[in-house]
Structure formats: C-alpha cells, structure tokens
Design a protein around this ligand. Structure first.
Ligand code: 26Y
Length: 824
C-alpha cells in the first residue's frame, strides 16, 4: 500500500529491476539477451533473498542481544514447497516485482513456477512443520527449526501404464534459499563402547569411546514472517566424512575407489528422506539419521545456551524443545548424556532439566506407525544411550512400583523396554516420560491417545500432562498465495488484509452472505479456479473435463486408513448407475469430475494397487461414450505442495473419509474449506471441530463413529458378515474384468470380503453412497450451495496456524514474542 505514490513506486521498481538484472548478469553470468524463465526466476529470487538476508541478520542479532527463551522445533520433515512467492509477500514488493519481470518479458506466474518444491517431507506432519515456521516468524517468536538436509527429498511420482513409478528428487541443483555454513560443524559419534571408571572423588564416570565420527555441517534457510521484520532460521544438517577428505594413504596406494568409501558412507546419512508415511520399518540408517540430527541440533542449542553463562537450572527457562512426533526422541537421552557425562550434573538434577525442556507432539495412533528400535541395534550404534535409556526406565519403573504397588502388570505394560524377542525400545514411551507435556493434534485424537496408547500414563502422571492443540494452516500460503482473487475479494470487504494476521476477522464476511455482488464474485472466482485446474488436467493427463461439473477431490498420501479405495468403489458404483440409466435420467444427473492425487510409499503394495485401480477406472470411464461429461476420473501425478496450491482452490467437494479414529487431524480439510469448498467426511480428526465451527448444515458427514469401530471390527472377524448389494455390484464389476485384468485388483476386494475389512469400507459404503446422492441434490441448488460455501469460509478463523502456535507458546513452551527492533 505504501507504493501507490507513483514516483516512489517507480523508484523502487527501478531499483528492484536493476538488482534482478545485476544478479542475472553477474551472479549467474548470463547475458540479458538469452535470459529465459529460469534465469528470470534466479535473478528475482536472488534480489529478494538479498532483502531477506538483511532482516535475517538483524533478527539473529536482536535475539542474541535480548537472549529470550527460544523455541526449537525438531522435525525430520519440513515440507516447505516453493519460497519465492512467500518471500515476495513477506518482503512486500510482489506487485512491483510483477511489473519488473513483465518489463523483462515474463509473466510472474511462469517465473514463480520455475522453482522446484523443497519437498523434505511426506505429508501432513511435514507440511504442519512448514506452516508452524511461517506462523512462528509472523508472530515474532524467537524460534528455530532443526532438520536434515536431504540430498533427495520425497521421490517424484510418475504414472506409467497406470502404475506408480518413483523417480529420485535431486532438488539441490540451484537453491538460492540455503546458506552453507562451513564454519558451523559438529562431530557426531557412532558405535564404539562405554568405559566406566571412578574419578578422583570416587564418582562413577562413563566415557563413550572409539567408534566412528561423522561431521554435521549446518545449512541455514531464512524463514520470513508476514508483515514483520522477524526472519527466523531453519537449520538443516548435512553429513560428511569427519576429515572432510578422502583417505590419502589409500588414494596414493592406488585404491581410488575405497579411498572415497568413508566419505560416501558418511554422506549417506543425509542422502535421502525415508518415503514412509505412518509406517515404521526399523532400518539402521534411519536410526543413524535420527541420532545424527538430534545430536547436532542439541550441541548447537547447548552451545548457544552456554554463551549466556547462566546456571544449568536456567536451561528450561531459556530453551523449549518440541519433538515433532517420536522421530527426535533421541534428543532426550542425548541431553541427559551431555548433562551427566560431559557437564558433571547429578542424575536427578539433569533429569529434571530434561523433562522441563521437552514437549512431545503425537501425530498418530496407528500401531504400525509407532516407532520401536531393537535393543541389539541400539547397543551396537549408541551404546551409551542405551545405558541411559535403561537408567531412565529403572527410575521410572521404581516410581510406578511405589505408586501402584498392586498393579504388577502395569510395569510390563509401561516399560520403555518391550520384553519381546529381540527386546525393543518404545520411543513413544520414552518421549512421553522425558517431556513435561504431550499433545495430540485435534480434540478427538487428543482424547483417543489418553484412552488407548497412553492410558496407563494418564493414571501415572495424571491428566494434566496431556493437552490438545488442534492443528492449523497458514492463511498466507493457503489463502492469499494459492487463491489471490479470493484473498483480494475478502480484503475488499474487510477493509484490508489484516485478516491474514488474525484469521478470526473472517467472521465479518457473514454479513455479505446475501450480498448479490459479493456472491457473484465469489462464484466467479471458484469457477476461474476450476478453469485453471481443468487446464492443468488437460495439460498433464490429456483429459478434457467440464469446468461446470462438480469437482470432487481427494488428494493426500495413499493409505488404506484414508480409504481412497472407498472413494474409487463409490466412483465405480456411480459409473454402473449411469450405465443403467435411461437417457432422461442421465440428463438429470449433475456432471462430476472425481480427482485423485497422492503418493504411495514405494514398498506399500496395497496403496500402489489403489492407484492402479483409480487409473484403470479412469481409462474405462473417460472413454465411455455413454458417460460423456457425466463422470470423469482423474489421477493427478506427483501431488505436492505447489500442485496443492492449484488443486485446493478448485474443489466443490473434497474427501476426508478415513475410518473413524484413524486420522489424527488432517489439515487439507482446513485448506479446502478456507478456499470455499465443502467437505464429505467421517467424524474423525479435525472434521469434528470444523463441523462445530461451520455448522453441521455446511458439511456432509457420514459413516460409523470411532467408539463403534472396535465392535464392528470384531463382528467382521467373528460374525457372518455379508457385503451389501451395491458394494457387491462394484466387486462383481471388478471381478468380471470391466477395468482390465481382475487379478490386479483382487487384493482390494479380498481385504474387504475375506480379511476382516479392517478399515470398515463395507460398513460405511452405504452411507457414503447416500451422502454423495445428497451432495448431487444439494449441488443442483447452486444458491444454497453458495451460501454454504461462503458461510463456511467466514467461520474458518479458528484454523489458522497462528492460533495454534499461540496455544503452544502459552500452554507448552512458555515463550513470548520478541518484537523486531525498529530500524530505518
Ligand atoms: C516412518 C515413521 C515412523 C513415520 C513417518 C512419517 C511415522 C509417521 C509419519 C507421518 C505422520 C503424519 O504425517 N501424520 C499426520 O500428521 C498430521 C499433522 O498433525 C495430521 O494432520 C494427520 O492426521 C496425520 O496423519
């Protein structure tokens, strides 16, 4: 807004343009005459980066000087997506830059789309971490993210002949958003053994000796806040051989290949993101990644604390560390080790510091996602940490024994060590015991963890150790950037963009719900977004879809618990119904486009089978002349953050249909509604709170409730269960080969009819189909539909990640914002 005055604006434009050109000509050493979109991107990115860096340095200086309590968010995943658009928004010169690149002959949209996604994450947990960083900076919290700098992020997905194929994502070719800090390194030890001795005062001392050393090198990424100078730091660790050189002796004696072996082995640690989402595999390299990153981060945090020369008991008053699920749990025994082995603190004093420092967020109750590591592996890789874990466990079990002398079984149930063959370390228990607060990510989920996986711990510690912080999303990326026209429309009614900092202001939109012009504009924007997606679908799949059709979207990781199979069975049912209709009946039906997207973990065969069924159904339906526009089935390849920014604003309906009690929260449900789409969903995760906020007349809920899931599963296994007629019809069609070789899909059918239907697809199928019929009917009445959409947007204020971060700050971290210094 400051740049409306023409002469000043012109000046800024000229300056910015000069900077872009200078970067193209000097930093990139390219001539302006052969400047293409990628060079225009690089020049623009570098020009904005220069501005970010200034605020970044000031923020770090300001934090060093004020030395406030800081938050450290430890996450193995940060699914950041693209940075340029966000940088422009936060620096505040996007309009000027747009004009600037236009002068150079480019469209800003094309320039922005040159950037590769930073895809250092799988799904919800990683994207949540990215939204949190955005909110932390925007709210001026002194905060750091710590993660791993994977050379390969989440793989790229290609669909070849209807099957998923994985392509490595080497994303670091040109990344202007990271700064290597070759001077910030930490040596990380693995393997070796522990020697115990008595020091001169007769005190037992343990030293962890020998083994091997790998070096961690810091790479820093600036995280700008919105409309504030605060620019925080995301520090990602990269691994390399400790010497930094290969073995010269071997090299000189001609063993060229093995001379670089150590180096390669060291670099393997940060080479690749594990592509499993909610599935634990117990691989040694993954445990190495976890320790490497936890140890480097803690060393850094402790080093920063020590600069202040405060007493150790002040540590929890200066440092809050949040564990993003159990992946960073090793930070707990690592801090205890530093305090007792290196700093000489007594066990109890050290442990009290540890517990006050950590908070643990649980993101799942699925048993297959709970991390356990085998004791022999631990013993081999981290011998001292295993001892410390045993000691933590001993102290803990003694406490339990004292307080629950009558419940002998309890000890076995809550022990950090599972007495299996081999013995296993239960990371979730260690995380819980080592933290002062444990939180779930939506109300239902936070309740469920207290009655299922952590039931005994509620008895032991009392309910106050447990909290709920319902997830949120950043409105900057998920409204303003993804849907600029809707954002502008909202701003025009709310008198500016303040709502991007306080999303609850959206409620003021409700008074425009009957405003004719507003409604028209809102509807036009949705249509334009659908047109944009239709264009993208045409380009990427070759299929033409009718932008006036109802767009029904399910995009997320492919997982049986998320039930894409229920969706595609429903689509088949719709197809069969259309085929059976008379031409008159067909005329009455609202055209639909069913859109799927998402990656399957490479080793998750069922998930890959679901993808192939979606593709096979699309192949048949999209080429069936009887069907025409009435139904199209699309699988969008390589779903990621930047594609979500195109897909999310274009939905009429999105699907959040997990088996009740399995989806901890979900966050895309929030994104879709914030962008004026409605939801079909189960009573699960944050769907429940979304319903509470927007009203149950504005959401299409169906299916069984979480409290009934156990009984239903039991009935499948022990009762005679019959698959109902419609679903049987779907299975028949598949088995008759209507979508190609039936054998390819038989596992999907037999999981329902023979293997106990664990995800309750058959139990929910009927109400799912009926609810889709209700949606068809509702969509026919466009005016009422529009009212639902607008009302929902107006009531989504609660789901900002800003609200969420303020809750963490107050109830878990006890940290305050640090206002940036006013400078001119
Ligand atoms: C391999 C392993 C141990 C593992 C790797 C990734 C386990 C879990 C995950 C990822 C979990 C995840 O993304 N969970 C999701 O977190 C979101 C943010 O809280 C929730 O909205 C979503 O419901 C939940 O599935």
């Amino acid at each position: 807004q400051a740049f409306t005055a023409t002469p000043f604006r012109l000046l800024v434009l000229t300056i910015l343009q000069n900077e872009v050109v200078r970067h193209i000509e000097t930093t990139l050493a390219r001539s302006l005459f052969n400047c293409d979109e990628s060079a225009a991107y690089a020049g623009t990115a570098l020009a904005f980066r220069d501005r970010l860096v200034i605020d970044w340095n000031k923020t770090q200086q300001n934090q060093t000087f004020a030395d406030p309590k800081r938050v450290y968010y430890l996450s193995l995943e940060f699914l950041m997506g693209r940075a340029l658009d966000n940088a422009m928004l936060n620096v505040g010169l996007k309009d000027v830059a747009k004009e600037g690149v236009q002068d150079l002959g480019f469209r800003m949209e094309d320039v922005i789309s040159q950037e590769r996604d930073a895809a250092l994450g799988n799904g919800g947990l990683g994207r949540l971490a990215a939204c949190f960083l955005d909110s932390l900076a925007s709210l001026n919290y002194p905060a750091w993210g710590y993660g791993l700098r994977y050379r390969y992020g989440i793989f790229k997905q290609e669909i070849v002949d209807g099957y998923q194929v994985e392509i490595p994502d080497y994303w670091l070719d040109f990344n202007p958003w990271e700064f290597p800090r070759h001077d910030i390194t930490v040596d990380i030890q693995f393997y070796g053994n522990v020697r115990k001795y008595q020091d001169e005062n007769g005190k037992q001392v343990s030293v962890w000796e020998e083994g091997e050393i790998v070096q961690a090198v810091a790479y820093d990424c600036p995280i700008p806040g919105y409309q504030t100078a605060t620019t925080n730091n995301l520090r990602l660790w990269s691994s390399k051989a400790a010497s930094g050189e290969f073995d010269f002796q071997k090299f000189n004696s001609g063993e060229y290949e093995s001379s670089v072996g150590d180096q390669q082995r060291a670099e393997t640690i940060s080479a690749v993101l594990y592509p499993n989402d909610n599935l634990e595999r117990g691989k040694e390299l993954r445990l190495k990644q976890q320790y490497f990153w936890c140890a480097a981060s803690l060393y850094d945090i402790v080093r920063r604390f020590k600069k202040s020369k405060k007493a150790w008991r002040e540590f929890p008053n200066q440092v809050a560390i949040q564990l993003n699920d159990t992946h960073p749990t090793l930070a707990i025994p690592e801090l205890q080790r530093i305090l007792i082995d290196q700093e000489g603190l007594e066990w109890d004093e050290a442990w009290s510091i540890v517990q006050k420092t950590f908070g643990y967020t649980n993101h799942t109750v699925l048993p297959e996602a709970l991390e356990k590591w085998s004791v022999p592996l631990f013993q081999h890789l981290l011998p001292r940490h295993l001892q410390i874990i045993y000691d933590i466990n001993m102290h803990f079990l003694q406490y339990v024994e004292r307080n629950f002398p009558k419940d002998r079984d309890m000890l076995g149930r809550v022990s950090i060590i599972e007495e299996s063959q081999p013995k296993m370390v239960r990371m979730a228990y260690l995380a819980l015991i080592g933290s002062h607060k444990v939180n779930g990510v939506a109300e239902l989920h936070s309740d469920l963890i207290k009655t299922t996986i952590f039931k005994d711990f509620v008895k032991i510690y009392g309910p106050d150790k447990f909290a709920n912080v319902t997830n949120g999303i950043t409105p900057r990326r998920w409204l303003h950037q993804a849907n600029p026209r809707l954002s502008e429309l909202v701003a025009s009614k709310l008198g500016g963009y303040d709502y991007l900092k306080d999303l609850t202001l959206l409620h003021k939109l409700e008074k425009y719900v009957d405003d004719k012009d507003f409604r028209k504009e809102f509807q036009e924007i949705k249509y334009a977004n659908k047109l944009r997606l239709a264009k993208y679908i045409k380009e990427s799949t070759g299929v033409s879809v009718n932008p006036s059709a109802l767009f029904d979207i399910q995009v997320k990781r492919i997982h049986e618990y998320k039930r894409q199979q229920l969706n595609i069975f429903g689509v088949i049912q719709r197809y069969l119904a259309i085929k059976a209709m008379s031409p008159e009946e067909r005329k009455k039906l609202a055209p639909r486009v069913s859109i799927f997207g998402g990656k399957a973990a490479p080793g998750y065969w069922m998930a890959k089978t679901i993808i192939s069924l979606v593709c096979a159904v699309g192949e048949v339906v999209n080429n069936d002349k009887d069907v025409g526009d009435l139904l199209k089935v699309i699988f969008l390849e390589d779903y990621n953050v930047s594609k979500a920014e195109i897909i999310v604003p274009a939905s009429d309906i999105s699907e959040h249909i997990s088996t009740a009690g399995t989806e901890a929260s979900g966050t895309s449900n929030m994104k879709f509604v914030l962008n004026g789409g409605l939801i079909i969903g189960t009573c699960d995760g944050a769907n429940i709170e979304i319903t509470r906020e927007i009203g149950d007349e504005n959401i299409f809920l169906f299916g069984n409730l979480s409290e009934d899931v156990e009984d239903l599963r039991h009935a499948h296994v022990y009762g005679n269960y019959e698959v109902n007629g419609d679903l049987q019809g779907v299975f028949n069609a598949i088995q008759q080969g209507k979508f190609g070789d039936a054998n390819r899909f038989s596992a999907l059918v037999s999981s329902v009819v023979e293997h106990g239907d664990y995800y309750l697809v058959s139990d929910d199928f009927d109400s799912y189909i009926k609810t889709h019929a209700v949606i068809d009917e509702a969509y026919r009445d466009q005016e009422t539909w529009l009212t639902k959409c607008i009302t929902s947007v107006a009531r989504m204020g609660f789901f900002s990640s800003d609200r969420c971060i303020d809750e963490y700050a107050e109830t878990i971290w006890n940290v305050e914002p640090l206002k940036p210094k006013e400078t001119n």
